[in-house]
Design a protein around this ligand. Structure first.
Ligand code: 1HN
Length: 348
């Protein structure tokens, strides 16, 4: 039933009459509303880090982090220009904090993740706790937590921001408040949440009631060590290599309620089996060089490049120059919660 009913003069006249009462026939639009498979405006795309970095340093000379509130260049999906989206439901941008700058404190209902690309030792503070950031660290800013960033080092600091902005916009649930000072007071020692929640321990009466993981920095050195150890066991998933999910240690759920976050290792020369899933995914190549075939297109990537794969488009990753590590994020937790997430592993 892919064809639309024909438009007779009587029908057209009827549509015109009911149009004035804000009514419209379903049978004219049903095939666009309910499609046999996902039909997305999102297209595959790649941003090279050297190009991002160059543009960001130009931005660094044009505006301060303070004036901009956040000095970020949005990575806009070429199929959805002007919408501040990298996928239909998610936002991504690259943020630069120059030496001795502060990005002032605020809080909002959108959840944010940071994946550190370049620079070492700048900090972010979340609800009174500060963490220092290094390349490959995955840092969370939960919904409605106060956060500010600062860079006391002598090098520019770059990271990828991922936020659920389009999703929250769709739900009409956006709130933001600015803090009265540039920086919030720090009331906890560095490493407090890691000791409390990230050591296979939990405070005795902790009930894990919040939607987001209480750990807010998942440092790359520990993540990388786990991947290294697992790569020695040689039990790769044909579709993913070795792919792990960042979790909330209090309940085993995704680390963030709206954004699924993943780290994966492709052994040297590994080529994945054709795979597709309904969660459009943003990837960051953390280590190594490789390529990802997305339908008919091939995206060639190297360290710190960012690329995006639309929903339900078959992908094949291939490691071309030694071992590769990919960080990724998607709206999979939301799709799982409402029971619509699907994957197709081919025969693998
Ligand atoms: C935000 O708060 C940050 O805190 C980054 O670093 C990007 C994009 C839109 C709205 C808020 C940040 C953002 C943002």
């Amino acid at each position: 039933m892919e064809h639309a009913p024909i438009e007779t003069p009587e029908r057209k006249a009827f549509y015109a009459r009911i149009d004035k009462q804000n009514m419209t026939p379903l049978w004219s639009v049903i095939n666009a509303l309910i499609t046999p498979e996902p039909r997305s405006a999102c297209v595959p795309a790649l941003w090279r880090f050297d190009e991002i970095r160059k543009a960001m340093l130009e931005a660094g000379a044009l505006i301060t982090a303070k004036e901009a509130e956040r000095r970020v260049l949005i990575l806009e999906n070429p199929g959805m220009r002007g919408q501040s989206k990298i996928t239909t439901s998610l936002y991504a941008g690259v943020q630069l904090v120059m030496p001795h700058e502060v990005a002032p404190a605020h809080r909002h209902s959108q959840s944010a993740l940071r994946f550190v690309l370049d620079g070492k030792g700048a900090h972010t503070s979340v609800d009174g706790e500060r963490t220092l950031m290094s390349p490959g660290d995955f840092v969370i800013t939960p919904s409605m937590t106060w956060h500010d960033h600062g860079n006391d080092t002598d090098e520019p600091m770059f990271w990828l921001d991922g936020l659920d902005i389009p999703l929250i916009q769709f739900l009409d649930a956006s709130f933001i408040e600015r803090y009265e000072h540039e920086e919030q007071p720090i009331g906890k020692p560095v490493g407090d949440s890691r000791a409390r929640y990230g050591a296979n321990l939990l405070p005795i009466d902790y009930r894990g009631g919040s939607a987001t993981s209480p750990i807010f920095n998942y440092p790359y050195d520990r993540t990388r060590e786990a991947l290294h150890q697992l790569s020695r066991a040689n039990d790769c998933d044909p579709c993913h290599g070795i792919k792990m999910r960042y979790t909330n240690p209090a309940n085993g759920d995704h680390a963030m309620p709206t954004i699924g976050t993943y780290i994966q290792l492709l052994p040297k020369a590994f080529k994945t089996s054709r795979y597709r899933s309904t969660d459009a995914t943003v990837f960051v190549a953390m280590e190594g060089r490789g390529q990802t075939r997305v339908g008919e297109e091939t995206l060639q990537w190297g360290p710190k490049d960012v690329f995006v794969v639309p929903s339900w488009r078959p992908i094949v990753h291939e490691a071309l120059d030694g071992e590769c590590v990919l960080f990724s994020f998607s709206d999979r937790p939301v799709q799982e919660k409402i029971g619509v997430w699907r994957e197709d592993r081919g025969n693998a």
